[in-house]
Design a protein around this ligand. Sequence first.
Ligand code: NAG
Ligand code: NAG
Ligand code: NAG
Length: 490
Amino acid sequence: TTTVPSTSVYGFGEHEHPSFKHSMDFVTYGMFSRDQAPTPLANLYGVHPFYMCVEADSNAHGVLLLNSNAQDVSLSPNPSLTFRTIGGILDFYVFLGPTPENVVQQYTEAIGRPHMPAYWSLGFHLSRWGYGSIDVLKKTVDRMHYYDIPYDVQHLDIDYMERRLDFTYDKVNYAGLPEYIQQLKKEGMHNVMILDPFITKDEEPGTYRPYDLGEEMGVWVNNSDGVTPAVGKAWPPGDSVFPDYTNPRTVEWWTQMCLEFKDVLDYDGIWIDMNEPSNFLRGQYPGCAVNDINNPPYVPSLEKNLRVFFLKKEFHPLFSHLSLPVLRATGKRAFVLSRSTFVGSGKYGGHWLGDNFSRWKDMHQSVIGILEFNLFGIPYIGADICGFNYNTTYELCLRWMQLGSFYPFSRNHNAEGNKEFAKISRTTLRIRYSLLPYLYTLFFESHVHGSTVVLSFLSYFTHRSGRTSICKLVNVCLRIVTAMLLHALP
Ligand SMILES: *[C@@H]1O[C@H](CO)[C@@H](O)[C@H](O)[C@H]1NC(C)=O
Ligand SMILES: *[C@@H]1O[C@H](CO)[C@@H](O)[C@H](O)[C@H]1NC(C)=O
Ligand SMILES: CC(=O)N[C@H]1CO[C@H](CO)[C@@H](O)[C@@H]1O
């Protein structure tokens, strides 16, 4: 437990926080990575035991507890903070600022500077779960061009796969996909394929290389006996095993599979979903052992309870972290989008805010999520524009497009087709595109100096050497206003 010098405390993740500045009214946040659609205060996909505190005189400092065990933190009006972790070591880092921006620069110096995104990845992305066939995909791409929407990247969700098996594509519904991908590339488009970190073990022996090779190389997460793989259930048919990314052979296996797959589908980026890791069972087959790892004497304040996991307790968040250094093998600047993140993940890739809902509240919360991930050193961040779950409405989706056009990572994952809608989206996206050199420079500064890409007004006004940043702000505002005026003129 520590006192803090003011009630202006920011950070801790990953949660849906109702405000950027935390309430100190006896609030407790659990931290443990979990496949959990954003629900207020619940522990979500990633783990970031880091906070920043801004004092009355505008001096700021940050604190990291580098610990990946199940844990929680309580905030009280004293003001004070109490960390409770059920394992690991108490590895604290203190960052002295003095400005909020200095805190983030010092933090990313310690945990790894954010990666430098490829320029194309700052363009607009389109995605949808369930195009269902290559014809629908082609029609969607054509419609985007027909309406002249600025657009650079097409994502493919799990329906491109054969029966949801990693490293395959559906040769019936997506017949001709490799050729189509090549055609899009010739037209200057980029594409991102989804992969999940679980592998079915129940295909006919000799027919599914990802499993056969992984089995031969012994890369799965084992039970506590150290030799039998832990078995769960996820998207693919049958039961699944889970690659053990702490094992160097697993990185070899994963890299090999990614390279072989690139020979089939020439992807530009990988989107890693479900890597908390997600498991549809409560525990594992044939049931979790009864011991004080599965039933710890203190259960942190977590969604459901701890007994739903089947891996040793320290494993969860690291699973995601170590699944990231993948695409480096392909020789180009990597694009990796990861649902689960941990301290330092920004070095390898970006994040989206998960399976949010098509609701006004979620649109509002996305701003908070984006500011927080800039504190966590993951500035390549966005929310699914228009919301992922539930049907969107015209007005919500339109306003969200207008906001999302200025997310660092701008992807619509639930599109709406209509002439008026297209016109307005085109206008705001063109403003985004006119600012891309500027955005790219912000990412460069983030990569080299660890600065944030998106910064709250608060940070601007408490910035000690405020001149450059106020200039930055005025500069962006002027450009946005000018661009809007130009577009508004008849
Ligand atoms: C897990 O078990 C397999 C045998 O099934 C073995 O080859 C592998 O080395 C084990 N993994 C670790 C990290 O010990
Ligand atoms: C969403 O809209 C579709 C088509 O109008 C409808 O069939 C479906 O039931 C709606 N879903 C929800 C959750 O409202
Ligand atoms: C709209 C939106 O992005 N809302 C929430 C989505 O989930 C993240 C956490 O993953 C929250 O931080 C966002 O506020």
